[in-house]
Design a protein around this ligand. Structure first.
Ligand SMILES: *Cc1c(COP(=O)(O)O)cnc(C)c1O
Length: 419
């Protein structure tokens, strides 16, 4: 559930009418609900309390410092995927022992930074990466914990760009190669403790079946390895829980826990999980203003001031986001339109052939729902567009948690030189 609700033809975030934020802060702007973010985290905390899981919010979903700090203060750690995210995590006050780090391409510099920060786990995705971590840790006189990210070769039945655990994907290590690393490579590495297994099979997964399949395979693998002398203590089950964008019927946190807790308990291991979208997705909307309504012989285009550089999900994944046109008149005639941005790409759209109120006009504010995850964090400056502002609502108050970029921001790092 979330705290974006219609009252008197106006969409509210908690107790603040969104049109008020659009007028005061300008558009495009991302608006997040503090209460929804915390509710989503608490649902998982409660569901996984029986195994005392460490919940590491996957901050690539939304890495705003205020949001990371909010979730950290509520007990979460973070899952990072780059040195930049490590930097943000530290700025947000996340303690090193609650940071886990996955990525197929960690650089030496990033490994050094993570060692200096004393992170909890390196989630390792290849043998040369493990060897480099060992070498760097030896040089810096550290001995970090590491997990092997396994690739269990299951189909998560999600968009092919966000499925990560088929054997043709770049992520993780297949069971045979992982076994070889645990039994042959790890014993000769003196500066890394290989004691975990990590498995993350994809994102926006709506049904529990692929999770169960992956975890059963992984649990059997762990039992076999520990039987052969490995000392695995931690199991990181990744993220990937799907949310409702349109008509999806994803498993709830409780339903997910009910099915997988028995498998987790049987392993006897410490459990880590990495939800991203589940926490942030439905906790945010993107507000945009209608610039023009352009009726052509073929179709109607509603041209808005947000574009694919602000929210790339429709263009990139063919993703569906619900739209609410404000003021939100009840009933009335509807007419199909493409909702498009100003960017010079035919792939620049927020919705295609969407039924909108026929009277939609210049100046209306449109709320693009479910934009809290992989919205701002995937945004860019393409077409030299300034990235949007971000606002956090709490009760009847709101504050800007990221200022809209300026034109100066756009050219800050450019250097005009002799050619
Ligand atoms: C992206 C990612 C997640 C979070 O995925 P969601 O679908 O947002 O929950 C978790 N773990 C890893 C390793 C990831 O790359």
């Amino acid at each position: 559930m979330h705290d974006f609700k219609l009252k008197n033809n106006t969409l509210y975030c908690e107790q603040v009418p969104l049109e008020r934020i659009a007028a005061a802060v300008g558009t495009p702007v991302f608006v997040y609900s503090r209460k929804t973010l915390l509710d989503h985290l608490r649902k998982l905390q409660r569901a996984f309390a029986p195994v005392d899981a460490l919940i590491c919010y996957s901050m690539k979903a939304n890495s705003n410092l205020s949001i990371c700090r909010l979730l950290t203060q509520a007990g979460a750690g973070v899952d990072i995927v780059s040195g930049g995210e490590l930097y943000r995590a530290k700025k947000a006050g996340v303690p090193g022992e609650k940071i886990v780090y996955a990525s197929v391409g960690k650089t030496m510099e990033e490994i050094e930074e993570a060692l200096a920060a004393g992170i909890a786990f390196f989630n390792v995705e290849s043998k040369p990466e493990l060897e480099l971590i060992d070498a760097v840790a030896g040089r810096l006189k550290k001995c970090p914990a590491a997990a092997i990210r396994v690739n269990p070769d299951v189909d998560a039945h999600t968009h092919h760009y966000i499925t990560t655990a088929k054997k043709q994907n770049k992520f993780g290590i297949d069971f045979d190669a992982a076994e070889e690393i645990f039994l042959r490579t790890a014993p000769r590495l003196r500066h890394v403790r290989l004691c975990g297994i990590h498995v993350h099979i994809g994102s926006q997964i709506e049904h529990v079946t692929p999770f169960v399949e992956a975890l059963k395979k992984t649990a059997a693998f762990i039992a076999r390895l520990n039987g052969r002398g490995a000392a695995i203590t931690h199991l990181n089950i990744g993220g990937g829980l799907g949310i409702i964008y349109h008509r999806e019927k994803p498993q709830t946190a409780d339903a997910y826990a009910r099915v997988i807790l028995p498998i987790l308990r049987k392993t006897g291991l410490r459990i880590i999980m990495e939800p991203g979208r589940f926490i942030a997705g439905n906790a945010g909307v993107l507000l945009t203003k209608v610039l023009y309504v352009k009726d052509t012989a073929a179709k109607r285009f509603v041209i808005v001031d947000a574009a694919m550089n602000d929210l790339i999900r429709p263009s990139f994944y063919g993703a569906y986001h619900d739209l609410v046109v404000m003021p939100a008149a009840r009933g009335g005639r509807r007419r199909a339109a493409d909702v498009v941005g100003p960017v010079c790409e035919s792939g620049d759209f927020l919705a295609k052939d969407r039924l909108l109120p026929a009277g939609v006009r210049q100046g209306n504010v449109i709320a693009v729902l479910s934009a809290g995850a992989y919205g701002f964090s995937m945004s860019s400056n393409y077409n030299s567009r300034r990235r949007a502002a971000e606002v956090l609502v709490s009760g009847d108050r709101y504050r800007v948690i990221r200022k809209r970029e300026t034109y100066q921001d756009l050219v800050r790092n450019d250097v005009i030189g002799e050619s």
